[in-house]
Design a binder for this molecule. Structure first.
Ligand code: SF4
Length: 459
């Protein structure tokens, strides 16, 4: 790292705060640390360009040589000439990861889960963002209803790819109705531009019974094939319906029969797409298969697993990993003198995965030659009984479930916040442990589950 360090007082108009971005932290050992840039300083420009947001910042710091202008705590302008590796980060941490205010959503979708949350829910759960920069940073899905041509220009200029798009329906009237936004019909014109400029896209369809399913769904999927060269995946997820829907649009849950109908109709298209485009292109979320009792497709069905975060292909991944890990488990159980082989182990899971996890527990019991592992489903009283996925299990429902359970209990970390031991209802893991200290959190994977069982058996 080479740098020239120069201080020039009041060289720039320091009153213009619009594009000055407060630095709140510095990564230890980074270029910024070496340059003695401190928290509280403000970034003014890179190579004489103002920075609107994270896209400008990421793009401008790519170069090997950059010129940085920073304002210190005395309003003095510091200039740094930096020579570094291509793409090397500077180590500046800003107040907001976007380096700008997030764009909020202008829709009022008939299925929006944020509108059906219990009162007093954590504030961060309520913010309805719809920001293409978050599509790039965190993989969020966006509707393109609050976007301008200039935003599309920036996506193309900076090659923000893939862009994750909530499409729901290509029929203009139905899309406007579903998003409750009269401008929602414009989406295809933006997608045309992204496609012409080879920006890759993932599409998501939240399926609502009798609204965008059946013929509407078929039309949406066929319309999207126009973009097949730049489409990484199209996912279909069933609408989530909580018990807090008073005064909201009437929506119905998908029954077992509905799920079978969806699977059959989408399978036909998948076969056609495979023949024509050498890809399944469209993937149904695991919930459809679990609810209909139809076998989850093989691992290879999901190709690049582009929508794992959306619950598409998670069981296939679990299944593959379980098959591999159970062989190791089998090898290792013979080497260990289990202290607690008679102590029962309970695996907690959401209602939707109960039968599947139970099959795995049965396999393990067979292997151990003892009935010591069992599965218990946690019904979701917090959001309502229609919410059945494990990821939305809350602390208070866990507490009620395990209050009198004397066995060792395993729960997946998918129920907890990513960086904190706290459930969606703000109940902490410690709160749960106060009620029953025998609860163990495992990684949300087959390996995690088997590892936890193994450790608990060792005692
Ligand atoms: S786009 Fe629709 S579903 Fe997403 S936050 Fe906005 S209103 Fe809710």
């Amino acid at each position: 790292l080479k740098n020239k360090y120069e201080v020039s007082k009041n060289l720039l108009n320091v009153n213009n705060n619009e594009y000055k971005h407060k630095i709140v932290n510095i990564v230890k050992g980074s270029i910024a640390d070496e340059l003695k840039i401190k928290p509280g300083y403000k970034l003014i420009s890179i190579n004489s360009n103002s920075i609107i947001d994270i896209l400008d910042y990421k793009f401008l710091i790519c170069d090997e040589y950059i010129e940085l202008e920073i304002e210190n705590l005395n309003n003095e302008i510091l200039k740094f000439d930096i020579e570094k590796d291509d793409y090397e980060e500077l180590g500046l941490i800003f107040e907001n990861e976007l380096i700008d205010k997030p764009k909020n959503c202008l829709n009022k979708c008939i299925f929006c889960f944020m509108e059906q949350l219990p009162p007093n829910v954590r504030k961060t759960l309520i913010f309805k963002d719809d920001d293409y920069r978050l599509s790039f940073l965190s993989g969020n899905y966006i509707t393109l209803t609050n976007i301008k041509d200039s935003d599309i220009d920036r996506i193309i200029k900076y090659r923000v790819s893939p862009i994750n798009i909530s499409i729901h329906a290509t029929d203009e009237e139905i899309r406007c109705m579903m998003l409750n936004n009269k401008n929602a019909y414009k989406v295809l014109k933006y997608i045309d531009r992204l496609n012409e400029n080879n920006i890759k896209m993932n599409f998501q369809i939240v399926l609502c019974k009798n609204i965008n399913d059946k013929d509407v769904l078929n039309k949406t999927l066929l319309d999207l094939t126009k973009y097949v060269d730049n489409t990484l995946s199209i996912s279909i997820v069933p609408v989530g319906i909580s018990k807090y829907r008073d005064n909201l649009f009437k929506l119905e849950s998908f029954t077992k029969e509905d799920c079978i109908q969806v699977i059959n109709s989408v399978s036909k298209l998948q076969k056609e797409f495979k023949k024509l485009y050498k890809t399944n292109l469209v993937y149904l979320s695991d919930e459809f298969y679990l609810k209909s009792n139809i076998k989850i497709p093989k691992f290879s069905h999901y190709e690049d697993f582009n929508q794992l975060e959306n619950g598409v292909g998670m069981i296939a991944v679990f299944e593959k990993e379980f098959k591999k890990e159970i062989l190791k488990f089998k090898k290792n159980i013979n080497k260990v003198n289990f202290k607690d082989i008679n102590k029962k182990i309970c695996i907690l899971t959401g209602v939707i995965t109960y039968e599947y996890i139970k099959q795995k527990a049965d396999e393990l019991n067979k292997l151990l030659n003892k009935e010591i592992i069992y599965v218990d489903k946690v019904e979701n009283n917090y959001f309502g009984k229609d919410i059945t996925v494990t990821g939305l299990i809350t602390g208070q429902d866990v507490i009620e479930k395990i209050r009198n359970n004397k066995d060792k209990i395993i729960i997946s970390d998918v129920c907890l916040k990513e960086d904190e031991d706290i459930f969606l209802d703000d109940v902490t893991l410690d709160d749960v442990k106060k009620v029953n200290k025998n609860i163990y959190v495992c990684d949300n994977s087959a390996y995690g589950m088997l590892y936890a069982i193994f450790e608990l058996l060792k005692g």
